[in-house]
Design a protein around this ligand. Structure first.
Ligand SMILES: *Cc1c(COP(=O)(O)O)cnc(C)c1O
Length: 360
């Protein structure tokens, strides 16, 4: 019997939203079918907050091919690098950019080098960079120093920089805003998002504005950005020399898109605030344990910030709030296993097992 041919649909973000992207027939599209991530309505969080009059949605970007939203930007950056004749790409990374760059480089045949701040990167991200075959270099310094080195290297050698200061990254990442509008039928009233280098808040704001210009939506959301308290340069209005937080993806003291983040905040009438590691940890556990969504600590910063505002009755009745969950919880196994609920090891008897799980 002949094998039935099932048509394989290509549904990457470039093909889906090409009319909004700087691509042409000449652009070789390097895609892993990124995007098209689910918009999940919160359940328990509404009850927890005692707020039945607002609607909270999670845009779960942890379900992208390498487990973070960075894939949306990387499909663009790598496709354009290839179009421009590049042979290699390079980035500095707190982890997810490295994973995405390495994966799309593998797919395209480009060489890839990633500079990573030593010791401050989640294990899952590091092993992705290695296994996708990138050259991984640990820098005895922080992210900001690594990015300076990448800027120097890519200005002196024929290597393409694929950090979010590469304009094609932002172009690709704005497609997440399009998807949200397509799902909701309009823009939400608020959009909460973690802020590290501030590329993503820039991208979403651009996406919403372009969708309105194209008459796909009628309103624009207020952009709510959240930094970690130990890494909050925008909130404090100064560079943080030694940024600290458990949310390593937003452990950034001098955001590359600082100015654009301020524009997104001010043009939308939103805000950029900060949340403590305790608040991030609470949100991280809540969405996993009560909503069934496992996102990484940086993602939880957006939830923590949104919860803080909700508790102050910031949101008006009927408001829809979308929270971007930027990356998968599987990225950071060490943080996931750092709590009191350690694995219990017992003798193989029912009574011992029941002692641990309790009388259900
Ligand atoms: C990159 C990243 C961020 C921060 O995004 P910026 O564009 O740098 O502001 C937040 N969360 C995760 C999981 C990331 O990978």
């Amino acid at each position: 019997m002949a094998i039935k041919k099932v048509p394989v649909k290509k549904i990457g973000v470039i093909e889906r939203y090409q009319e909004f992207l700087p691509v042409s027939e000449k652009t070789p599209i390097i895609s892993l079918n990124e995007g098209n991530t689910p918009l999940i309505l919160a359940e328990a969080l509404h009850h927890e907050l005692g707020l039945k009059t607002i609607r909270i949605y999670f845009k779960f970007e942890g379900l992208n091919p390498t487990g973070s939203f960075k894939d949306r930007g990387m499909t663009m950056a790598v496709s354009k690098a290839l179009e421009e004749g590049a042979k290699a790409i390079m980035c500095a990374s707190t982890g997810n950019t490295a994973a995405a760059a390495a994966a799309y480089a593998a797919r395209s045949g480009l060489k890839c080098a990633v500079l990573i701040p030593e010791g401050k990167i989640a294990k899952g991200k590091l092993l992705q960079a290695y296994r996708y075959g990138a050259k991984v270099v640990m820098i005895q310094g922080n992210f900001d120093q690594a990015l300076e080195l990448v800027k120097e290297a890519t200005s002196q050698y024929p290597i393409k920089l694929v950090n979010s200061i590469n304009p094609f990254r932002i172009e690709g990442q704005k497609t997440a805003a399009f998807e949200i509008c397509d799902d909701l039928g309009d823009a939400p009233e608020y959009h909460a998002i973690p802020v590290g280098n501030a590329g993503n808040i820039t991208a979403y704001w651009r996406g919403y504005k372009e969708y309105r210009k194209g008459n796909r939506i009628e309103t624009l959301p207020k952009m709510l950005g959240f930094q970690a308290a130990g890494s909050a340069p925008i909130v404090h209005n100064r560079v943080i020399e030694k940024p600290e937080t458990i949310a390593t993806a937003i452990r950034i003291g001098n955001p590359a898109s600082w100015k654009h983040a301020l524009e997104a905040r001010d043009e939308s009438g939103g805000l950029i605030d900060m949340v403590t590691d305790e608040e991030i940890t609470w949100a991280y556990r809540f969405i996993a344990e009560r909503e069934g969504i496992f996102a990484e600590p940086a993602s939880a910063a957006a939830v923590a910030g949104m919860v803080k505002l909700a508790r102050k009755n910031y949101f008006e009745k009927g408001a829809r709030i979308v929270c971007t969950l930027t990356g998968s919880g599987l990225k950071d196994p060490d943080f996931a296993m750092s709590f009191e609920d350690k694995v219990a090891s017992v003798a193989p008897t029912l009574s011992e097992v029941m002692k641990v799980i309790g009388n259900q």
